[in-house]
Design a protein around this ligand. Structure first.
Ligand SMILES: O=C(CO)COP(=O)(O)O
Length: 252
């Protein structure tokens, strides 16, 4: 099965109403065919309905997190049921900023992914090693353990996109080289093949995140196991359109 190129824009904790409207206008005017690329933008919770109402219908919206189980007495949380109720199709789970700053463990992330899927959401599940882990040679062990915690709880991977985001590349301007990204994506696909199944390994999209911009996206997109991007800083700028258009590299 061909893996459709996927470009996500993670706006993180950024934006005002005016800025959000401006970004959406830029996206709506972009000459991009959804035949070659699936585009999903992820504003903060408070802007989800605004973005959904203004954004072109061939692009979709993701929340940046959701609660691990059914909603209830969990002050400050937003449940998967609420996202479904608002017609939000996607959610990002396990971003390294949440893993590091909010102590989300591999198991907690696995539980969240499983619960969100069970409610009908599609999930962008994030994994990735720190600089220290890379330098000590444990990159694959780390990302395999993160992926295993998801695989332990998930049987149907149809609605999962795996985002490999090395922590040392996030927001640092220090992008992984195309070879570094390809190496990990290829190993992850092998891991999925051995531990989850051949069909799933062949069909799951593994996207790269970490300092992707308009200048480096094409070469990264040219790697056989790079199926798209999860973009932070550059997704707030007009160059996000160039990143979306890097999908055409796969067509050549
Ligand atoms: O964390 C990221 C996307 O989720 C990547 O962020 P940057 O593109 O700003 O490095």
């Amino acid at each position: 099965m061909a893996r459709k190129f996927f470009v996500g824009g993670n706006w993180k904790c950024n934006g005002t109403t005016e800025e959000v409207k401006k970004i959406v206008t830029t996206l709506n005017e972009a000459e991009v065919s959804h035949d070659v690329v699936e585009v999903v933008v992820s504003p903060p919770f408070v802007f989800l309905t605004l973005v959904k109402s203004l954004l072109r219908s061939d692009f979709h919206v993701a929340a940046q997190n959701c609660w691990v189980r059914k909603g209830g007495a969990f002050t400050g949380e937003v449940s998967a049921e609420m996202l479904v109720n608002l017609g939000i199709p996607w959610v990002i789970i396990g971003h390294s900023e949440r893993r590091a700053l909010l102590n989300e463990s591999n198991e907690f992330v696995g539980d969240k992914v499983a619960y969100a899927l069970s409610q009908g959401l599609k999930v962008i599940a994030c994994i990735g090693e720190t600089l220290e882990q890379r330098e000590s040679g444990s990159t694959m062990a780390v990302v395999a353990a993160q992926t295993k915690a998801i695989a332990d709880k998930v049987t149907n991977w149809d609605n999962v996109v795996l985002a490999y985001e090395p922590v040392w590349a996030i927001g640092t301007g220090k992008v992984a080289t195309p070879a570094q990204a390809q190496e990990v994506h290829c190993e992850l696909r092998k891991w999925l093949n051995q531990n989850v199944g051949a069909d799933i390994a062949a069909s799951v999209r593994i996207i790269y995140g970490g300092s992707v911009n308009g200048a480096n996206c094409k070469e990264l997109a040219g790697q056989p196991d790079v199926d798209g991007f999860l973009v932070g800083g550059a997704s707030l700028k007009p160059e996000f359109v160039d990143i979306i258009k890097s999908a055409t590299v796969k067509k050549n």
